[in-house]
Design a protein around this ligand. Structure first.
Ligand code: SF4
Length: 115
């Protein structure tokens, strides 16, 4: 049975739609609001969640920073109760962990001196 290009695209689109509908746990934006309660409780015991916001650009998206027992930031995700970002950060925002741990990050104000 020969299959035309149009039929192939229709079948593929139906298949992808079915997968998208049947797997609500998959969230392409990195926020999984479908985690079960035991998993959320275990995460909250292991990591401390602190509200924060991203300062990379003017949008100032609200976020949650997860830190371990050593107060080391392990993950930054969007704040799901912020109506502005709706629980999503762009890659620059989620990359905040790398910026925070960067050895070249300025930690004190620099004072210009004339030489
Ligand atoms: S997460 Fe992205 S869009 Fe939001 S403030 Fe940070 S850089 Fe800007």
């Amino acid at each position: 049975m020969p299959t035309s290009r149009r039929k192939f695209i229709k079948i593929s689109a139906l298949g992808l739609g079915g997968v998208a509908i049947s797997t609500p746990a998959i969230n392409i934006f990195g926020v999984n609001s479908n985690l079960d309660t035991p998993t959320l409780q275990k995460t909250s015991k292991t990591f401390k969640r602190t509200p924060t916001y991203c300062e990379v650009c003017f949008w100032k998206c609200a976020a949650w920073a997860y830190t371990d027992q050593n107060n080391s930031i392990k993950k930054i995700i969007g704040n799901d109760i912020d109506p502005h970002c709706n629980g999503r950060l762009c890659p620059r925002g989620t990359g905040g962990v790398g910026m925070y741990a960067d050895n070249d990050r300025l930690k004190t104000p620099l004072i210009r001196v004339k030489v």
